[in-house]
Design a protein around this ligand. Structure first.
Ligand code: NAD
Ligand code: DAU
Length: 345
């Protein structure tokens, strides 16, 4: 078992990264966290509000800046009394498929070049490295086949985003095999929960309704996503970081398959809207049909279990969060909807 004392969390001001930092603050009180985040459109410093200042160091910076990342590891200042950083937990990424279709350049830079910079730092300083990745690297499944993704599924990414994440996974595997970097990878399915940007499916529909805009369904809404509470993803990451076998990949999911139309209907019903109060909009070019995760390896090898498997309850909690945090999402709403309007979404 690995007992980290001081972890470097990249992308810790984004959706999953911020939830993970809060998770660590609640569950692992002896661990210090340094966050590096570029605060792109997707990151907010306030996502980390409420965490004790003596448990968290926040650095506003870019993971592609090798000198900056190196300086965080060597911690040159004499008044630095923190234990040295012993692990990198790598969340930072451009994460939205639709954006990657408009302009892939920032995806190649952050997701590929950024991962390379971090791997080189991990190699030089012999740091434990955990890479957060996605089930999208495996492409998609047919709607009607019983098969799910496993750790042995072939890489077959569909979008510029998922291709860039697949590339980053390959770099991590190569740095483990060639240089012995103590790396693990997790590939997770679709997360939901607080702090998720309003560009993503569930927050977009909830905040549309709260803002008096009709929800928008791509195509007929038959695509299936395998939804997992972000809390369960966080506990899985901690499990793999501390007890995962070096060099291994673990899939993370909690049997949450639902079609988009079913999720939208659940949201409409829970928010007191008629079942047909939404618009059909352009489908995503090359959009993946279905994702489904077989998490047997993580559950049997490492004993991980999801706790938040009641999806209807999870949606209720998420709706309540967005209703109570208008100040958090309203500043992003108009620009996001305008960008979608231009894409016919
Ligand atoms: P997000 O877009 O909400 O957050 C990304 C964060 O990274 C932001 O805070 C942003 O400011 C930061 N960032 C972007 N470029 C950076 C750079 N060059 N340097 C430093 N920081 C930078 O994304 P998310 O949904 O929280 O996803 C986090 C990770 O989890 C990603 O690697 C993503 O591929 C992976 N993932 C996401 C899901 C999901 O359902 N959202 C599922 C599986 C895996
Ligand atoms: O599977 C993990 C992936 O899940 C992560 O790697 C990505 O970072 C994350 O963004 C997510 O990707 P998706 O493309 O599955 O998520 P998104 O929320 O963009 O869309 C989910 C589905 O809903 C997809 O079939 C498109 C559809 N959709 C999306 C939006 C924004 C709609 O029908 N309407 C919408 O308004």
């Amino acid at each position: 078992v690995f007992h980290p004392q001081h972890i470097l969390v990249t992308g810790g001001a984004g959706f999953i990264g911020a939830n993970f930092v809060h998770w660590v603050a609640r569950n692992e009180p002896s661990v210090h966290v340094t966050v590096i985040d570029a605060l792109t459109y997707a990151g907010k410093r306030e996502n980390l509000d409420g965490i004790d200042a003596d448990r968290l160091t926040f650095v506003h910076g870019d993971i592609c800046d090798a000198a900056l990342v190196e300086s965080l590891i060597t911690g040159s200042s004499p008044e630095n009394t923190l234990p040295p950083i012993d692990a990198i937990i790598h969340f930072a990424a451009e994460s939205h498929n639709d954006n990657s279709i408009l302009d892939a350049a920032p995806f190649l830079r952050t997701n590929i070049d950024g991962t390379y910079v971090l791997l080189e730092v991990a190699r030089r300083h012999n740091l434990r490295f955990h890479h957060i990745s996605t089930d999208e690297v495996y492409g998609d499944l047919a709607l009607d086949e019983p098969r799910k993704f496993t750790e042995l599924s072939p890489y077959k990414p569909s979008s510029p985003y998922s291709a860039s994440k697949a590339a980053s996974d390959h770099l991590v595997r190569a740095w483990h095999r060639t240089y012995g970097v103590r790396a693990t990878i997790s590939n997770c399915s679709n997360n939901y929960g607080p702090y998720q940007h309003v560009e993503k499916f569930i927050p977009r529909q909830i905040t549309n309704i709260l803002a008096g805009i009709r929800p928008k369904l791509y195509g007929q809404g038959l695509a299936v996503r395998d939804w997992i509470s972000v809390e369960d993803h966080c506990s899985a990451i901690w499990t793999i970081l501390t007890r995962g076998r070096i060099g291994e990949t673990y899939l993370v999911g909690s049997n949450g398959e639902h079609s988009n139309i079913d999720v939208l209907r659940m949201i409409l019903e829970r928010m007191g809207q008629p079942a047909d109060a939404f618009d059909h909009v352009n489908d995503r070019p090359g959009g993946d049909k279905r994702y489904a995760i077989d998490a047997t390896k993580l559950m049997t090898e490492l004993g991980w279990q999801p706790r938040y498997t009641d999806f209807a309850q999870g949606l209720d909690d998420t709706i309540a969060w967005y209703a109570a945090h208008r100040d958090w999402w309203e500043p992003d709403k108009n620009a996001t909807e305008e960008k979608y309007r231009l894409q016919g979404h």
